[in-house]
Design a protein around this ligand. Structure first.
Ligand SMILES: Nc1nc2c(c(=O)[nH]1)N[C@H]1C(S)=C(S)[C@@H](COP(=O)(O)O)O[C@H]1N2
Ligand SMILES: [Mo]
Length: 176
């Protein structure tokens, strides 16, 4: 896994006035960290995500769970499977069967957070369609567009697990 890398454009931006500097620091914020109960916690930039094997989801209607409100049509996302990223970070299995009690909390920059279970991701069809998107309708997504953006394409109502500006995936082995 590549360490966090900077785009190398800081020097050019620094001479370009406050607006560019502001934009640059915003771009620096677009990283995704896998933390908590992983063997190898890691941090990925948007560019590092783009270098991974990816899948494409179908276009869909964004609809809120709480209000059933239709929000808008969304074109097809391209992104990396969440379970591939989890495999990179490596699950802990200190006591046999710990992995079966592991949950993953997807946390956005604004604190918005949703959960997935190990079974849901690795042992049901839902996991085949949970992706961290970096492209929409063949155009790259910037952090201003919400990237990296987590999307669970098999959900009945897509808006809750359509997480804009995903910042962290936290793994927790839970005990009864
Ligand atoms: N980062 C982040 N993503 C989020 C939310 C949020 O509050 N923060 N709300 C979710 C919910 S409940 C809804 S209905 C939609 C709202 O989408 P919109 O902000 O594009 O209208 O975003 C989803 N993704
Ligand atoms: Mo919502």
């Amino acid at each position: 896994m590549e360490p966090m890398e900077h785009s190398g454009t800081t020097a050019a931006h620094a001479t370009d006035g406050a607006k560019r500097v502001e934009h640059d620091s915003y771009e620096c914020g677009a990283t995704l960290s896998l933390t908590g109960d992983f063997q190898r916690p890691l941090t990925l930039t948007l560019d590092a995500l783009r270098a991974h094997a990816s899948i494409v989801a179908d276009p869909f209607d964004l609809r809120c769970f709480t209000t059933n409100r239709f929000i808008r049509k969304v074109d097809s996302y391209r992104g990396v499977l969440l379970k591939d990223l989890i495999d990179l970070a490596g699950l802990r299995n200190e006591r046999p069967g710990d992995f079966k009690r592991t949950i993953f909390i997807a946390v956005a920059h604004d604190g918005y957070a949703v959960t997935f279970s190990w079974h849901e991701l690795f042992n049901t069809p839902v996991g085949e369609q949970v992706l961290v998107a970096f492209e929409r309708g063949d155009a790259p997504l910037s952090s201003e567009d919400g990237a990296p953006l987590l999307f669970s394409a098999a959900d009945i109502l897509p808006a809750p697990r359509h997480v804009k500006r995903l910042a962290r995936i936290v793994a927790r082995v839970v005990a009864p």
